[in-house]
Design a protein around this ligand. Sequence first.
Ligand code: ADP
Ligand code: MG
Length: 658
Amino acid sequence: MSITLTTPVKLLSGVGPSKAAALKRLGIETVDDLLHHYPTSYYFAPRYGEPLVTGTPGTVVGIVTSVSGSSWGTPKFTAVVDTSDRDGYTHVTWFNGGYLRNQIFKGSRLMVSGIVDRDGGFTNPAYRVLKPSETPDPSVLNSVTYPVTKGITSREMSRLMLAIPRSLWWGRSPLPEALWFIHFPENQQCVDTARRQLKYDELFYMQLALAVQQAKRATVGPNVVCASTPADTTKYFPFNLTSEQMSAIGDIDADLCSGRAMNRLLQGDVGCGKTAVAAYAAILVAMNGGQTAILCPTEILARQHYETFKKYFDRAGVSVSLMIGNPPSDCKQIWGSDIVVGTTALLNPDRHFTRGLGLVIIDEQHKFGVEQRAVLRRHGNPHVLVMTATPIPRTIAMTVFGDLDVSSIKELPPGRLPVETTWHYDCDEAVMDRLHVELEAGHQVYVVCPRIEALNDEMRAVEEVVEEYRRLSPDASVGVLHGQMSPESKRLMQNWWTYPSDLGRILVSTTVVEVGVDNPNATVMVIEGAERFGLAQLWQLRGRVGRGKDQAYCFLLSDTDSQDARARLRAMETATSGFEIAEQDLILRGPGDLLSTSQHGLPDLKIADLVADYDILLEAREDAQNLVRRNPDLSGHPEMRAELVKRFGDYLDLGDVG
Ligand code: ADP
Ligand code: MG
C-alpha cells in the first residue's frame, strides 16, 4: 500500500483499533492530520559536565554507587551516581520505577537528564544505561511532548510520525523543513524557527484566502450601481449628523457608486448613531431603483428599526415594510417596498424582492454567522453593510472580518454624558436613592437579570426580582420582558416601555434588551448578577441608557470573589470607549470565544495565536494583500494557488478555477 496524505491513520502499521480510536479523539484521522498534530513542548538534554542549576535542564554521566527500592513490589527506585566529573554524587529518583531494578545496578554506567531538583538531584529524569566504551550522547535523551489522550503516548506519537514516508514530508509544500523540525528538532532554536515559519504560513494562507475572496467579489458587478447621491442629507434626519457619521456616509457613497459591491463593516459604540448611517445607505439605493433588506437579530429590534426608519423614510419618500414570522397574505406589497425590515425570516431563500435586492444591512453582526451572510449572497451580488456595536479588536477585524472594509464611528452625538457606572455588592441605599430620584423625574429604569429561572440558589428568578422592585418602589409600575414570552406580549411590553408617560417605569428583563433597543428616556440600568456577564455584553447592556440628554447611571450588582469577574467590573467602572473594552475583553477571555468557526467559517488555527502572534499576523496580511493586488487570481503562482484551494476551497468556493 502506498501511503498518501489522505490515507487513514488506522492503516499505518502499529495502529490497531484502540490506537485509532485514541487518535480519532485527538481529531487525527488521516496522515495529513497526523503531520499537523504539533508538539506542545520539547526537552533538549544539555551537555554533561556543566554545573547543575536548580530548576533548569541538566545532564550527568557517572557510575552508579548504590541503588535502593529494588526489592519486588516497591515502585520507587533511587540510584546514587558518582559524577566524578563534578566531584560529587547525584541522587536520582524514579517514582513508579520498579522496573528499573532490572536495568540499573550498582556499577552501571548511567546518563540521566532532566530538570534539576532543589537539592541538586533529579526526579523521573530521562536516562540511558551506557555501554562501557560508549561515548555519551545527551541528544538521545531529547523528548517531544504531544497533546495526547488515554491510549497513546507522546513517544508512540513520534514513532507514528517516523512511519510516514519521507517523500510525503518533502512532497508537501510549502514548508517541509519546518514541518520536519517541529516534530524532530535538534535544538530549541530549531523549534523556534520552525514554529515561526509555520505560524506565518498559517496566517499567510488565511489572509490570502480573505484577500482573494475580496478581489473575487470585486469582479462581479453589484445588483445596483448608484449613479446619483443626494446633495444634502439634512432633510432626512431630525438632527445634524456628526462628522464621523458623515465620514461613514462618505465611505458608503464611494462604495455604492464604485461599480463594485460594497462589503463594509460599520462599527461604533452603542448610541453613536449607526442607524442613521444605515438609513442613508438604504435611501441612496432606493433612489437608484434597488431594494434594501434590513436584518435584525430580534423581533423587538426589527419593530423598533421599522418605526425609526419609517420616520426617516417618510421624509425621503421611500416605502418601508416590516416582515416578521410568517408572511401575511398580501405579501406582494411587502416584497415590492423599497425597504424590508425583518428578522432571519428574510433569509429564507424563497424570498423574492420584486425589483431586486440592492443592499443588505445586517444589524448587530456578531449575532449572525457567515452562513447567513452567504445565504443572502444567493440574491445575486447585493451591497452588504454589517453593523456592530461590539467593537472588534484589531486581530478579529483582520481575520473574521478580514474581507470587509471598515468604517468606525468613534464619537457620540453631541450632548451625551458618559454613563456614571458603579459596582455595588447589592441593591443598597445608594442604588435605591438614585432609582427613586429618577423614577420621580419620570425617567425609566432597566433591571437586567442574567437568566430566566433560578437554576441554583444564588440567582433569583425574574419574577422574584419583579416582586422585589414592586416592593421597593410601590409608586412605579413594573413590567417584565423575557425571551420565553409570546411575541404578542413582547410587543405589548415593548410599547408600554417606549411610549412616553409621566409615570416612572421599571422594566425587569433578561438580556433581550441587550441589542439595539432605543429609549432615550431610560436613565438607569441595574444589572443583577453582573459577574455572570462578559465584558462586551455588559458594555452592550449599559449602552441601553445614556441615549438622551439626561445624566444616566449604571449599577453593577455583584458580590463575586472571582478575580476575573472583579477585573471586568472594574474595567466597566473606568473604561471610556468600547474599543478599550474590546481589547480588554480579548485579553481576559482569549480569542476562542470570539472566533468560533461558525462565525467566520475559516478552518481553526493550529499553531498561530491571534493575540500572541499579532506581529506575524500583520506581516502575513501585508504580504498576502500585496500579492493579490499584483495578481488577483494568483495565476502567476500556481503552487500557492493549489495550496490555497486545498486549504480553503470550501470557504472560497474556488474549486472551479483551482
Ligand atoms: P446605535 O449606533 O447604537 O445603533 P442609534 O442609531 O440607535 O445608535 O442612535 C442612538 C440615538 O442617537 C437615537 O435616539 C438617535 O436618534 C440618536 N442620534 C443618532 N445620530 C444623532 C445625531 N447626529 N445627533 C443627535 N442624535 C442622534
Ligand atoms: Mg443600533
